[in-house]
Ligand binder design. Structure first.
Ligand code: COA
Length: 380
């Protein structure tokens, strides 16, 4: 064998492989902590708005009042789509997965962006603001179109979180909804080298642009082992239907080797700190919306999975009932995650651009050699 005994063993799932240096976020899986640019998210959640975290991740510091207002105005001003993309969303099949529409629309936006193929720092920042803002507009427009309601334009007087709820539901959100939704966005903003973030960095390392990188990230986030889990969590809760049925359902799933969506994590060996905040929000919002039963089912699921498998809920578990109680249909949950994570994806893309080297790992060839070529006409 040509490569002999010296070849390295491939690391399955790249577990523990360090593939980038980043100053953006740190997942302390042993202690159940998450830091954005040095700030513990327990310090940030509920105290800052999403734009502050976007500013932190993109520019390395929290904004002062004036910077925040300017940054917010710039983002809100970009919450509109070219007519062609609006039309593309209208023409999408009514049963297409919203994540597929989001990815397709974002890809199309790359064709109409005035900074198109430019990769200078200035062009990238302009594209970054547009992409982040337009994600909000794509998701809300899709929902409005599918529910036969007129599209709602962004309101300059609201922040990003409130604008999304306003553009999605068509009414000004109440105080609790806006503050919880803002926290949801903050908690999902970045998370080290998650699969989608790695996909974004690998894509941009070829010097493909921001739109390509975000499309790659969206494609990765869609899967149920990543952001797609939140929709599956809601499906599971609905399928269970009542708290008395939780035990039998979970026992049956685990006995047949199925995974429970919204549980487990590659990095966390203890509780995911984001789920602590989301559990609290879920309880509050479910109670207010008369959906206590959904929270109770969730709690029972958590108890049973912890008891039988010793694994904890991740960010996707309680975010499902939070979003449900905010009136967001479950097929849009992963789109919300995408909107929030765009902050982190773009920050990583910019970080990669600043010190780029092509990401090109290697593989062990385990196929054969010495095969004899047979011309097509002689193959059987
Ligand atoms: N339900 C049941 N068992 C689970 C589990 C889950 N959600 N997550 C992990 N496990 C078990 C595995 O079966 C495995 O058990 P074993 O060692 O007895 O075979 C062990 O925990 C390790 O799992 P592994 O697949 O090696 O972990 P990973 O780091 O590769 O996977 C996830 C991480 C997130 C993909 C995994 O936990 C999962 O599939 N979770 C459900 C999907 C989800 O919620 N995704 C969102 C993540 S934020």
């Amino acid at each position: 064998m040509v490569f002999g005994k010296k070849r390295k063993k491939a690391v399955r799932g790249l577990e523990g492989v360090v593939a980038a240096e980043t100053a953006l976020s740190f997942v302390d899986g042993q202690n159940g902590k998450l830091y954005y640019c040095g700030y513990d998210i327990d310090e940030l959640a509920g105290k800052v708005c999403y734009e502050e975290v976007v500013h932190l991740l993109w520019f390395g510091e929290l904004p002062d009042q004036k910077q925040l207002e300017d940054f917010r105005s710039e983002l809100i001003a970009e919450m509109r789509l070219p007519n062609q993309v609006d039309e593309l969303i209208r023409l999408s099949p009514p049963n297409a997965n919203p994540m597929v529409v989001l990815r397709t629309a974002l890809s199309a936006l790359g064709m109409y962006d005035p900074d198109g193929g430019k990769n200078s720092e200035g062009a990238n920042l302009r594209k970054a603001k547009r992409v982040l803002a337009q994600m909000v507009t794509i998701v809300s427009s899709l929902y409005r179109i599918r529910t036969g309601q007129p599209i709602v334009s962004a309101d300059k007087g609201m922040n990003v979180a409130a604008n999304f709820l306003y553009m999605f539901n068509g009414r000004t959100p109440g105080k609790l909804d806006r503050s919880v939704f803002d926290s949801v966005l903050v908690l999902h903003a970045d998370h080290g080298l998650a699969a989608s973030t790695f996909a974004a960095r690998a894509t941009v390392s070829t010097l493909a642009g921001i739109h390509s990188a975000i499309c790659a990230a969206l494609a990765s986030l869609k899967g149920p082992l990543h952001g797609g889990a939140n929709t599956r969590v809601m499906e599971m809760i609905e399928e269970i239907g009542g708290k008395d049925r939780v035990k039998a359902y979970i026992d049956g799933m685990l006995a047949s080797g199925e995974r429970i969506m919204g549980f487990g994590h590659r990095m966390y060996k203890t509780e995911d700190p984001r789920s602590r905040h989301l559990r609290k929000y879920s309880e509050k919002l479910c109670r207010r919306a008369g959906l206590e039963h959904l929270f109770e089912i969730s709690q029972r699921i958590e108890e049973q999975v912890r008891r039988l498998k010793g694994i904890c809920p991740n960010v996707d578990f309680y975010s499902a009932t939070v979003q449900e109680a905010l009136g967001i249909p479950k097929e849009y949950f992963t789109c919300i995650f995408s909107m929030a994570r765009t902050a982190g994806w773009i920050a990583h893309v910019m970080e990669q651009f600043r010190d780029n080297r092509l990401i090109r790992p290697t593989s062990n060839y385990i196929g054969g050699f010495d095969k004899r070529f047979i011309p097509l006409e002689k193959r059987k």
